[in-house]
Ligand binder design. Structure first.
Ligand code: 13P
Length: 251
């Protein structure tokens, strides 16, 4: 049985004040979330604030990116050990905004997966196709390639301590959600790709859906058999909306 997981990806949003009130709102309402694990991923500079505020709660936190390099002369980068220092449980890696705006490659992302696990944290690997790739019937090929990069570098065993997020790029921040059927199809495909190597691990790995999830559409998405929760962008910035989404995730 896979526990549902709902993670807020705050992206490059927030201030000390707005994050304080968002955290208060989430903490206050968390007892109304029956079965999902709830996590938040703030910008790096707010990790201290988030870890101090959530330390005694069941809410977990993580980062939105990390360097695969060991500490040293890498101006502007953040090392895995630094995130572990702030007790991050998760690190989002390979988000489409990292892939498409900052040119991160499959190989680099696979290295980040390995480095994150080495530091004792759980990578959330984002995969997903562009609209033109979907229209050219390349969705499975693209997502398969993104998964394969990690499998090739480190093997199926590493998926015991990893999470996958399927985020079709055309659904991110556009208000256009994949239909529950479209999402389910890809989640099943991802599970099937992993099952070629190890059926047991494939059954156990949590696969989240991301892309315009809202309070109003979360329940129908999370009802699909291979969707184990969500990676939430815009709707995670409002406590009430985020909690509604978390409540929709039941085991
Ligand atoms: P939105 O929920 O704003 O579409 O963003 C999804 C996302 O990119 C989460 O990582």
């Amino acid at each position: 049985m896979r526990q549902p997981l709902v993670v807020g990806n705050w992206k490059m949003n927030g201030s000390i004040a707005s994050i304080q009130s968002l955290l208060e709102g989430i903490k206050q309402a968390i007892p109304t979330v029956p079965s999902a694990e709830v996590g938040v991923c703030p910008p790096f500079v707010y990790l201290f604030q988030v870890s101090s505020s959530l330390g005694n709660t069941s809410i977990t936190w993580g980062a939105q990116n990390v360097s695969h390099e060991a500490p040293g002369a890498f101006t502007g980068e953040i090392a895995t050990g630094m995130l572990a220092d702030f007790r991050c449980k998760y690190v989002i890696i390979g988000h489409s905004e990292r892939r498409h705006i900052y040119g991160e490659t499959d190989d680099l992302i696979a290295k980040k997966w390995v480095a994150t696990q080495k530091a004792g944290m759980i990578p959330i690997l984002c995969v997903g196709e562009l609209l033109e790739e979907r229209e050219a019937n390349q969705t499975e090929q693209v997502v398969g390639r993104q998964l394969e990069a990690v499998l090739k570098l480190t093997g199926i065993g590493s998926f015991n301590k990893g999470v996958i997020a399927y985020e079709p790029v055309w659904a991110i921040g556009t208000g256009k959600t994949a239909s529950p059927q479209q999402a389910q199809e890809m989640h099943a495909f991802i599970r099937q790709q992993l099952a070629r190597y190890d059926a047991d691990i494939a059954q156990k790995v949590q696969i989240l859906y991301g892309g315009s999830v809202k309070g109003s559409n979360a329940a129908e998405l999370f009802a699909m058999p291979d969707i184990d929760g969500g990676l939430i962008g815009g709707a995670a910035l409002k406590a009430e909306e985020f909690i509604t989404i978390c409540q929709a995730a039941k085991s």
